[in-house]
Design a binder for this molecule. Structure first.
Ligand code: B12
Length: 507
């Protein structure tokens, strides 16, 4: 069967590489984008081809791959099925309008949706959007070929949620894939897009112009932080590909000219033996790769940093979240400030070039004093880059469940929305206050970095400027102090709208 796989991305996370930085001649319609590649559809395409299907991929952030372009192509090429893939709640409105456009132009086309967000809201999506025929829950490597093989008998496809007339049917669940080694390596060449290594922020900043891609070597995380959907998506299990299978892919990437890889594993720092085997393999094979990963500070593999450094690891991102133990406990992070300091210190001691700290502010029961303490904690840590995001709540997370139980959210009316907690939770400081404290915090941190670590800070900024140019660098450094124009707006719960409230009633 001929299948379209369409990644519906978040335009905030996507930029064309500025022309003045685009040193290579335009080559046959390929464009350069500061964005993360759509690893989901890149993973599924070769699996479908291996099962005898033809596949064409689209990334909707590409200026030539918008709804009208995909509809026109589909009218010409008549695919049997269009698979839509999206990551988060923030892209649901785009998914809906794309499905409507495709159905309007091709009434008979079958549309199946998949990805993390769809997995947390399948029934609701099918009730809300008649243009989507069914949703594939969780991993697609087995489900999608099974669906294509049983397209006229959807009831036989485990893990599928589908519509029969007005009835929504949820088939029996499909178990998590045990052997992740049995699938071909993702297709990173078919999309006419060269993805440029950039900081994973909603203001993508180029890190280098090396040939870049993402890779996933394991899935899941056994922890249960309140703001995270991964426990639900992975059933709190951690599964991994073997070191040999991972090295085979890294060898292929190396031979194809890739030099920068970001591992999108939820938690890479588990299973020390596997990490040692991967690192030793990279060294033995002389793979000149720079790679980055993310993990927890309390991971056993903290003692693997020297091997990782030797094997080309030049970035580790830690979910630090807060500099106040009370807040870490409120987020069910199950980590201590001492563990944060130890992990960061060890990573730096072993020469990992860039340590990134993810922080969350605007948390329940957090005071202005706590937020200031988080920035001071960040100032003390040996981290190189940092991001302070306001806590958001997405369906499927423990925090969403808590807000429904507290009557802040109504699951039936708010399921398709996402919220900044400061906009809806009376135990959280108001948004304006959080933003004010954040701007002050960033100013203190920047000043502290320049005054206390001038050489390291200059080296880091110089490496940024290679990818961004001076103008880009200044723009990037000003971001925290500028009001951000985001295409996506957090919403308010139905209950607050009904009461005409634009902020929660605080004690
Ligand atoms: C890497 C990542 C990012 C990156 C890169 C995104 C990209 N283009 O890949 C960046 C940093 C840009 C990012 C940004 C954001 N992210 Co993010 N991200 C992730 C992360 C850690 C890994 C995604 C990944 O690479 N997966 C690997 C690929 C292989 O898996 P996959 O895409 O899910 O595809 C598989 C299945 O889902 C399925 N499948 C996928 N598509 C389809 C289609 C069909 C038809 C079928 C049948 C199956 C199917 O099969 C695939 C193979 O098994 C996930 C966590 C996670 N484990 O999902 C969070 C996650 C998806 N992100 C999340 C969020 C909230 C965001 C942001 C909104 C954060 C913010 N505040 O701005 C933005 C939104 C960006 C957007 N595009 O929507 C949440 C989503 C929660 C929700 N309910 O919405 C997650 C789950 C993290 C969490 N902690 O909860 N993110």
């Amino acid at each position: 069967m001929y299948v379209y796989l369409v990644y519906v991305g978040d335009d905030d996370y996507w930029r064309l590489l500025p022309a003045h930085l685009n040193r290579s001649a335009p080559d046959n319609g390929r464009i350069k984008a500061l964005a993360f590649p759509p690893l989901g559809i890149q993973t599924l395409a070769p699996v479908l081809r291996q099962r005898g299907h033809q596949v064409r991929m689209f990334d909707t952030c590409h200026p030539g791959m918008k709804a009208q372009h995909i509809a026109e192509a589909a009218k010409l090429e008549k695919p049997g099925v269009i698979g839509l893939s999206s990551l988060s709640t923030t892209t649901y409105p785009t998914v809906k309008s794309l499905a409507a456009r495709l159905k309007a132009e091709l009434p008979g086309i079958r549309i199946i949706l998949g990805g993390p967000f769809a997995t947390t809201c399948a029934d609701r999506i099918l009730r809300d959007c008649r243009d989507i025929d069914c949703v594939g829950l969780g991993e697609g490597e087995e489900l999608l070929p099974d669906y294509l093989a049983n397209i006229n008998a959807p009831g036989d496809v485990a893990g599928l949620v589908w519509r029969r007339g007005d009835e929504i049917i949820r088939n029996s669940p499909r178990p998590l894939i045990e052997d992740l080694d049995k699938y071909p390596y993702p297709d990173r060449e078919s999309l006419p897009i060269d993805y440029i290594e950039s900081l994973p922020l909603d203001m993508p900043a180029p890190m280098s112009l090396d040939k870049f891609c993402t890779m996933q070597t394991s899935r899941g995380c056994p922890h249960e932080c309140v703001c995270c959907d991964i426990p639900l998506l992975s059933d709190r299990k951690w599964r991994c590909r073997s070191a040999e299978h991972v090295l085979g892919e890294m060898q292929q990437l190396h031979d194809m000219g890739y030099r920068a890889i970001t591992l999108t594993d939820d938690q890479f720092l588990i299973n020390r033996k596997r990490i040692t085997a991967i690192c030793d393999g990279i060294v033995q094979r002389k793979l000149a790769l720079r790679w980055g990963c993310q993990g927890r500070v309390d991971s056993a593999a903290v003692d693997q940093f020297s091997a990782m450094k030797k094997a080309g690891c030049d970035m580790i991102a830690f979910g630090v979240e807060s500099g106040v133990q009370k807040t870490l406990d409120r987020l069910h992070k199950r980590q201590t400030l001492e563990q944060v300091e130890h992990a960061v210190r060890e990573a730096k001691r072993h020469g990992i070039r860039r340590i990134h700290g993810f922080f969350i502010i605007g948390c329940p029961d957090e005071s202005p004093r706590d937020i200031r303490a988080s920035f001071r904690f960040a100032a003390r840590l040996q981290i190189d880059t940092f991001g302070f995001n306001r806590l958001c709540v997405y369906r499927g997370t423990p925090l969403w469940k808590e807000y429904v139980e507290r009557g802040i959210l109504d699951d039936d009316r708010d399921w398709h929305k996402w919220f900044k907690c400061s906009d809806i939770d009376p135990t959280v400081l108001p948004g304006a206050e959080v933003n004010r404290l954040r701007t002050k915090g960033y100013a203190m941190l920047f000043a502290q970095r320049i005054l206390k670590r001038p050489i390291r800070t200059c080296r880091l900024l110089r490496s940024f400027s290679r990818g961004m140019g001076l103008g880009g660098l200044v723009g990037f450094l000003c971001t925290p102090f500028r009001r951000r124009k985001s295409s996506r707006k957090p919403e308010l719960p139905a209950a607050m709208i009904e009461q005409g409230l634009d902020a929660p009633i605080r004690a």
